[in-house]
Design a protein around this ligand. Structure first.
Ligand code: NHR
Ligand code: GAR
Length: 222
């Protein structure tokens, strides 16, 4: 017995799928009120596809290299996703830049997890860049995806300290642990109807968010 039908979720991945695993685990335990309709990877044979199959979730590959250009790949991707009639699509380590055609189609129902405290360090190699910049804090952000790469409105962030002696791998591991708490939380809020995109603005519990929420309880060692 549930108050509302479960949110239908499609997860896009490109690799390892540890964030996917956190979502699968919370969906299986009932903590996260979602039905994972499909997992789709643009890279064939990746670990995340195996994780989906292990959990009994339909897993497909759509190899972008089989298409002549980005628009052709995306047209096929939209068709594949929409066969599953998702209420929400999440990028979980998905590594292809998306055109406005795609981001407009899913506007307000497309989330990304990005491994930095946005607006700092958009793009790739964020951990290396945070260390090089001498940051003392780093983290991860969940944002609504818009056409602007890693530029959509931020919903919630988790922070971790950058410690003396960190290299990109040790820092990435510390951030990843928080990502695995952060993404299920944001998806839960969306599933509960507490989270909306209105224009350029995130609304949470019926009010515009003045700034990103913080998973403050995740701060260790600061
Ligand atoms: N697309 C749009 N329009 N907006 C966003 O906010 C997006 C997006 C697509 C992906 C995830 C993102 C991240 O969190 C994301 C957000 C890939 C690249 C990239 O440069 C950049 C950012 C992100 C993902 N990809 C290369 C490309 O040519 C390929 C790199 C590779 O395959 O290893 O697409 O950081
Ligand atoms: C995560 O750290 C995620 O934030 C990052 O890639 C990793 C994927 O790990 N995403 C990006 O860098 C997007 N460009 P996972 O496959 O184990 O979830």
């Amino acid at each position: 017995m549930s108050a509302r039908p479960k949110l239908r979720l499609v997860v896009l991945i490109s690799g390892r799928g540890s964030n996917l695993q956190a979502i699968l685990d919370q969906a299986a335990s009932g903590e996260l009120p979602v039905a994972i309709a499909a997992v789709i990877s643009n890279r064939p044979g990746v670990q995340g596809l195996e994780r989906a199959r292990q959990a009994g979730v339909p897993a497909s590959e759509l190899d972008h290299r089989q298409f002549p250009d980005r628009p052709a790949f995306e047209a096929a991707l939209i068709e594949l996703i929409d066969r599953h009639r998702p209420d929400l699509v999440v990028l979980a380590g998905f590594m292809r830049v998306l055109t406005p055609r795609f981001t407009d189609h899913y506007l307000g129902r497309l989330l990304n997890i990005h491994p930095s405290l946005l607006p700092k360090f958009r793009g790739l190699h964020t951990h290396e860049r945070a260390i090089a910049a001498g940051e003392t804090e780093h983290g991860a952000s969940i944002h609504f995806v818009t056409a602007e790469l890693d530029g959509g409105p931020v919903i919630v962030q988790a922070r971790v300290p950058v410690l003396p002696g960190d290299d990109p791998d040790t820092l990435a591991a510390r951030v990843l642990e928080q990502e695995h708490r952060l993404y299920p939380q944001a998806i839960r809020w969306f599933a509960e109807g507490r989270l909306h995109l209105k224009g350029e603005q995130v609304w949470f519990d019926g009010r515009p968010l003045p700034g990103p929420l913080r998973l403050a309880d995740v701060i260790d060692g600061l």
